[in-house]
Design a protein around this ligand. Sequence first.
Ligand code: ADE
Length: 225
Amino acid sequence: MKINIISVVPDLLQSPFAHSILKRANEKGLLQINIINLRDYTTYARAQVDDYAFGGGAGMVLMIEPLVNAIESLQKETTYDEVIYLTPDGKTFDQKMANTLSLKNNLLLICGHYKGIDQRVRDHFITKEISIGDYVLSGGELAAAVLADAIGRLIPGVLNDETSALTDSFQDNLLAPPVYTRPVDFRGWKVPDILVSGNHKLIDEWRHEQAIKHTMEKRPDLMND
Ligand code: ADE
């Protein structure tokens, strides 16, 4: 899969993909992430990419020309399955969306900044608008990193043990059960006996029961989805 991300602060996006699972996904050739600097696509002086909003009011707006130059130039090279704008007024991102997007080949993510992007870009180029939660970030970069991480780890072969994404929280609308590792006894706080019993059928049943209990206690809303 290829994920291209258009940003005015590309440096913000270097670190999230340079470590751990996503770095390995890149080395294995399973996930290629390219960060595109919007300023490389402006024809305005001093690499200007934003301007005042028509009608007045505080805050700058990302201009249409640099964005369209960038999008169209990338679209000449690649057909994108989705052109996604990260915005607090988009549809709230969840595991279901991550699963669906992980099946695509090419995604183009657009990070807004300041007051957002010119509405005409949204009207004519964007195929999906996604928010990562009901709060406002300074820009779409952290949201784009969240999407790329959640999607990237679902690509077959990215996680060493392929079943481990299937047992994540939110798959099956259940939170994950509790997990333990060595030592079995720390200050008298013991790991549940069943987990060290070696009986895998009983362990699976216990984990499922715990997942249900955990979800009812912490996120009962998920059970009704
Ligand atoms: N840009 C600013 N806030 C955002 C949010 N909550 N989700 C996605 N993109 C954003």
